[in-house]
Design a protein around this ligand. Structure first.
Ligand SMILES: [Zn+2]
Ligand SMILES: [Zn+2]
Length: 144
């Protein structure tokens, strides 16, 4: 296996995972559901092909936050781990704060900026999508 594996874990270390290769995308999500699940103004996800991902220790607990959507967390320490949707069955979105080295992935876009908090902004020039990224055109690049 020539591709480097990237590892991650929850706060307490009971859940551990790894993936190989480059992520599909790394997105800052501004939607309200992510905000509530992570209890954070924005949530950054590393989108990885499921075929390149595996849990190496433990299994997270799933919460169905809406039909066809599962958000997982560690049952012991509560760290949010992943987002999975029936609309993208081949991908898993990992909460970037769980990576051993969050610099292993570079953010590539912002999604759901329609729900962005008025007092929160970042200075990067990444594309901003009003809702989802797939099949859509950015509403702008850079801050409001
Ligand atoms: Zn944990
Ligand atoms: Zn979201």
């Amino acid at each position: 296996m020539s591709e480097q594996s990237v590892r991650g874990r929850c706060l307490c270390g009971e859940i551990r995972y790894e993936y190989r290769g480059e992520p599909v995308a790394t997105a800052h999500c501004h939607c309200e559901s992510c905000r509530r699940h992570a209890s954070s103004p924005i949530t950054t996800f590393v989108v990885v092909a499921k075929g390149r991902f595996r849990y190496t220790q433990g299994a997270p607990i799933a919460y169905a936050s809406s039909p066809g959507v599962s958000r997982t967390h560690c049952g012991r320490c509560g760290s949010p781990i992943a987002y999975e949707s029936d609309r993208r069955p081949d991908e898993i979105d990992l909460y970037i704060g769980t990576l051993d080295d969050p610099q292993a992935a570079q953010p590539s876009c912002h999604v759901h900026v329609a729900e962005q908090l008025p007092w929160f902004e970042t200075v990067d020039n990444l594309p901003r999508y009003e809702r989802g990224r797939r099949g859509n055109t950015p509403v702008r690049y850079g801050p409001r």
